[in-house]
Ligand binder design. Structure first.
Ligand code: F6R
Length: 353
């Protein structure tokens, strides 16, 4: 039940800090140490490459997961859109492990890949929110997201749950050596809560920048780029504002031609090493009339940035940054009078290929 919330989407956005904490408790042993089925951890450790298969928001979580597996666990990882896998199957390594990320566990495009790689004799692991779902039953192993039922069609808490579970798995694969993931996750859960307290501000920004726009761009580099892909999917699917997420450095290779006076461009800057380059991209679009909004991390923020996020681990930053982006989408849709929980033409679980 959505209780006192006007929409499921708002309820699910606000549940996210609690979902991160719930996942930490679900994946702890009696002493509070990180724990997952050792067989699963061992299997990820033992494969020579991880192939992540997913669609939509789950694919975007997979892109973040790849960074965890490569940077935290040193495990080569490839992320592939399920519906494309069949046509362009990558050359597989000797000992691949296939990981399916799916909130519903019912997505037909993922199932088609699962059936195919099982026929080929490969090992499979499903990350899903739904116990007993098709992808869970048919894979060799399952990790649950523990996000609770997600009712709104636009996925919010499943995305943050997927990222959280992926970060824990990546840390365990590496014996939790380089990074204290639980400490970082606790910190970020708190930051996520404080971001949820700033709703009125996101509503004003949505009103000022988005409601009257035909299109919008999210730009960022590195982790922020992957975040921008998800942020733009949220905005377009519920507010119907045509929105694209771009690698900030790619803008000048073509897309900058679309910038007109008043085009909203939302830049995301959470990492120190990309700060200056993304800032210069902001200047480039501003010079062409864009209405720019900046979401930045406190340590590299500037006074004029509209949304500032308290300093968090840079790899985990999407868990925090997605919150203002989800609210911007929510309020843009609300102010335009759209059906937030049931956007047109979309279904919660996509059971056709
Ligand atoms: C977007 C959204 C979709 C799903 C996609 C995959 O908000 O909800 O893009 O993420 O259809 O669904 P699952 O994760 O159930 O396989």
């Amino acid at each position: 039940e959505k209780g006192t919330y006007p929409h499921y989407m708002m309820k699910e956005i606000e549940e996210q800090p609690f979902v991160v904490r719930k996942i930490m408790s679900e994946y702890s042993d009696e002493d509070g140490n990180m724990f997952m089925d050792p067989g699963i951890v061992q299997e990820v450790r033992g494969c020579d490459k991880l192939y992540i298969i997913a669609c939509g928001t789950s694919y975007h979580a997979g892109l973040i997961g790849k960074q965890f597996f490569e940077k935290i666990s040193g495990k080569p990882t490839e992320v592939i859109i399920a519906s494309e896998f069949i046509y362009n199957m990558p050359l597989l390594t000797k000992k691949p492990l296939f990981m399916f990320i799916s909130q519903s566990g019912e997505t037909a495009d993922c199932r088609a890949v699962l059936v195919k790689v099982k026929e080929m004799g490969h090992r499979t692991l499903t990350l899903t929110n739904v116990k007993g779902s098709t992808l869970s039953r048919e894979a060799d192993n399952t990790l649950l997201l523990h996000a609770g039922p997600e009712i709104a069609v636009a996925s919010t808490k499943a995305y943050t749950a997927q990222i959280t579970v992926l970060s824990i798995l990546a840390a365990l694969v590496n014996n939790n050596k380089n990074i204290n993931i639980f400490k970082e996750l606790s910190k970020i859960a708190y930051i996520m809560e404080t971001l949820c307290d700033d709703k009125e501000k996101y509503k004003e920004l949505a009103n000022k920048y988005l409601v009257n726009s035909r299109n919008c761009f999210y730009i960022g580099r590195s982790m922020d780029y992957f975040l921008c892909l998800e942020a733009s999917l949220k905005l377009k699917e519920i507010s119907y504002i045509q929105t694209e997420g771009f690698a900030a450095g790619e803008l000048k290779h073509g897309t900058i031609a679309l910038i007109e006076k008043g085009t909203p461009v939302i830049a995301v800057i959470t990492q120190e090493n990309i700060n200056l380059n993304t800032r210069s991209n902001i200047k480039e679009v501003k010079a062409r009339g864009a209405a720019t909004m900046v979401i930045s991390m406190r340590k590299i923020s500037q006074e004029t940035d509209q949304i500032i996020i308290d300093d968090a681990n840079e790899l985990l930053s999407p868990l925090a940054t997605i919150i203002p982006a989800q609210y911007l989408a929510y309020y843009a849709a609300l102010l335009k009078g759209c059906d937030i929980d049931k956007p047109r033409n979309l279904a919660k679980s996509v059971t056709v290929e």
